[in-house]
Ligand binder design. Structure first.
Ligand SMILES: Cc1ncc(COP(=O)(O)O)c(C=O)c1O
Length: 484
């Protein structure tokens, strides 16, 4: 056993590098008797043979179970307060028609944030009433599409959008179902949150008093305008305070602030708005450092705060909704890579010595997982094609792109005998990986397979070279040069 001085503080030397930490993996992932990783009884070597690598492998049972768990837990916690909760799966985390159907079958609604996501929902046969639409800069075409589809809610982000939507809907003799997105002055991120008076970000209507408007906040001005607008049916208020959040305080403060605002609306306008959406943002385990809370625990904490705050304010409890994305999709999926070039470099350590770091290149990278580059996100990895009894050594899993920052897993202990041709699996890649994937370096986006009851099936096919060239106007006119 060699503990590396290069290891970050949160990373411990693994007692068993073959072990799978349950909170990071779909529940039907395990090692078989031969030591190979399998999902629902399907070995990763079979998946690699049949679908190639890199490959997103999603457990359908785990996805559905996580969706159901959110719905059941929140329904149970809020049953006595407001009869239950509407759970909108945040499609931005990972969406395709099959996933939209899973979500609907488990009793959830779907949160979209573009015309494209609405198109997926439509192809999946999701009724408009079960859809929400977000976005800080929706086009008229997107708003029109939302009205055409009879959307259950359009989450309006600004005063200008409210006016545009009101005019559009009124011109059709309709009223659009609207939630107003407010910024409650709470920023939350992982283990930290800060509550301030003001928000410095692009989304939503500020709740802070605006001296230029006689002290009325943009949120208060928008509510007054919405209530007077013939094209708007104002359902309620919305907030979303951040992502990958583990501590409940940020959600609780946001809920208290929005409920306080609902009480002001009641006092000023004599109207009790019937709905309140508290957004998404629930954290998941990417590494051993992350300790997510089960949905039932989060739901109970939020219900306690909503119940007591409404009682203090003399408000009827509004119908609550939430929008989890990552916490449903993230842990259901791992990415399967094939290893290639491996090299070891000697690195200066903080203590004045040197230590070895092994670079293990895989056949994907920042085009299938942009999060490490975008957010410095940490991931984990295991040797998947076999178990190994070798010592684990400090390793960095890197992609094949022309960027030195193309890192998949920054710090991980992997068996010293990991070699070219092995399969590696990176868990927790179900959210914001395929969704953020790109064709950088003309690398084709990988397929997604769903595994259930021992059967794997494609739900998104991988791109081909023809796909990569399909939109290049001149390439499609040219005869191919024969390969020498
Ligand atoms: C408005 C809104 N709702 C829900 C979500 C989903 O967040 P998460 O995937 O962290 O649950 C996001 C993510 O950016 C969001 O912007």
């Amino acid at each position: 056993m060699t503990v590396s001085p290069l290891a970050p503080g949160w990373l411990s030397y693994p007692a068993d590098a073959n072990a799978l930490r349950p909170q990071m993996w779909a529940r039907d992932v395990s090692r078989n008797d031969g030591g190979e990783l399998e999902i629902s009884g399907v070995p990763v070597s079979t998946l690699a043979r049949d679908f190639g690598t890199p490959l997103f492998v999603v457990s359908e049972a785990d996805f559905r179970a996580r969706a159901r768990d959110f719905k059941d837990s929140f329904d149970a916690a809020f049953a006595d307060l407001c009869g239950g909760v509407d759970v909108y799966y945040a499609g931005k985390a990972f969406l395709c028609t099959e996933v939209a159907r899973w979500v609907a079958a488990e009793g959830l609604r779907l949160d979209t944030c573009s015309g494209g996501e609405l198109a997926v929902a439509r192809r999946a046969g999701i009724p408009g009433a079960a859809l929400g639409l977000h976005g800080n800069n929706k086009s008229d075409a997107e708003l029109t599409r939302a009205l055409d589809m009879g959307l259950g809610r359009i989450v309006v982000d600004s005063m200008a959008e409210l006016q545009r939507l009101g005019t559009l809907a009124a011109s059709r003799g309709e009223r659009a179902n609207v939630m107003l997105r407010l910024t409650p002055g709470v920023h939350a991120s992982t283990h930290e949150f800060i509550a301030t008076a003001h928000e410095d970000q692009k989304f939503g209507l500020s709740m802070a008093a605006d001296p230029a408007a006689g002290g009325a906040s943009p949120a208060a001005t928008a509510v007054a305008a919405a209530l007077e607008n013939d094209g708007i049916h104002l359902l309620g208020l919305h907030c979303h305070i951040g992502s990958q959040i583990f501590e409940p305080e940020g959600f609780e403060i946001a809920a208290q602030r929005l409920l306080g605002f609902l009480a002001e609306v009641k006092a000023v306008h004599g109207v009790e708005l019937p709905e309140l959406d508290l957004g998404g943002g629930y954290g998941i385990a990417y590494t051993e450092a992350d300790a997510p809370r089960p949905p039932a625990e989060i739901a109970r904490a939020m219900a306690a705060v909503v119940g007591s705050t409404c009682a203090e304010l003399g408000l009827a409890v509004p119908r609550i909704s939430i929008e989890p994305g990552r916490a449903i999709a993230g842990p259901t999926t791992f990415t399967l890579y094939r290893t290639g070039t491996i090299k070891t470099v000697r690195v200066d350590t903080d203590g004045g010595g040197t230590s070895d770091r092994r670079y293990i290149s895989v056949d994907g990278g920042m085009s299938d997982n942009a999060r490490p580059v975008l957010y410095d996100a940490d991931y984990s990895a295991v040797l998947a094609s076999r178990a190994s009894e070798d010592d684990a050594v400090m390793s960095r899993v890197v992609g094949k792109h022309c960027e030195s920052g193309d890192i998949v897993v920054r710090d991980v202990y992997l068996p010293a005998d990991t070699t070219a041709g092995d399969l590696l699996a990176v868990p927790g890649t179900g959210a914001y990986c395929w969704a953020l994937s790109s064709n950088y370096n003309y690398i084709a986006r990988p397929p997604v397979v769903a595994v259930r009851n021992g059967t794997a099936r494609l739900i998104i096919r991988g791109e081909t070279e023809d796909d990569l060239l399909a939109r290049d106007v001149f390439a499609s006119n040219q005869p191919e040069t024969p390969e020498e």
